[in-house]
Design a binder for this molecule. Sequence first.
Ligand SMILES: Nc1ncnc2c1ncn2[C@@H]1O[C@H](COP(=O)(O)OP(=O)(O)OP(=O)(O)O)[C@@H](O)[C@H]1O
Ligand SMILES: [Mg+2]
Length: 238
Amino acid sequence: MTAMLEVKDLEVAYGKIVAVKKISFSVEQGQVVSLIGTNGAGKTTTLRTISGLLRPNSGQINFMGQPIHHVPAHDIVSMGLAHSPEGRRIFPRLSVEENLLLGAFARNDTAAIRTDLDAAYALFPILGERRKQPAGTFSGGEQQMLAMGRAMMSKPKLLMLDEPSMGLSPIMMKVIMTTVTALQQQGTTILLVEQNAQAALKRADYGYVLEVGKIVLHGSGRELLVNDEVRKAYLGED
Ligand SMILES: Nc1ncnc2c1ncn2[C@@H]1O[C@H](COP(=O)(O)OP(=O)(O)OP(=O)(O)O)[C@@H](O)[C@H]1O
Ligand SMILES: [Mg+2]
């Protein structure tokens, strides 16, 4: 079986700066796959390229068996690939519900969209309780829930999360990470980008470590969690 997402020899540059250097990795259907790495490793660049927001210099990206590295970003969303971006990027003046509905922009099945709004409110009850509130008044953790809820509104087969735990309290981080597992159990495949290696690898079926644009290690989440290099570099252990 081919993987749901296959990235092969992907190279992405900003002018002369090569941020992603011929990386290859894959995400099997039903898995949570974590991509970890420190600041500037190329994690966001990788996700933005998969989403069609950046174009690679070379390499291939296949989603559900189809090449997508030349497909426009909005068509990639329609194919079932959603992206919850770094920094959340919610629209502060719009209400919670309006933000959620923006996630459904590529759909026209109005009745099903209502059902999925209710599913987002079931996933994160606070979104339902405050559906009319301007999203800019939300805390960081609440905005993260909204960003994930919005991404789920496109009914993705594969959800990509860029540093969902950034800036969150340990309790809020647990809420977000528990939701990752819940979404996986509901059938969503997840590519999770994190600097927080502990949180990300604990939940990952498989993981990749990115350093200055290259994948330097990969293995099951469990293998990477006990790996000496990972423990030194990411978990602060001597
Ligand atoms: N718009 C841009 N123009 C020029 N260089 C960029 C741009 N965006 C990112 N870079 C560079 O590309 C490299 C990878 O950046 P990227 O944002 O992908 O890293 P990251 O792993 O997501 O880091 P972080 O954990 O800090 O979010 C860095 O060296 C960064 O400075
Ligand atoms: Mg980033």
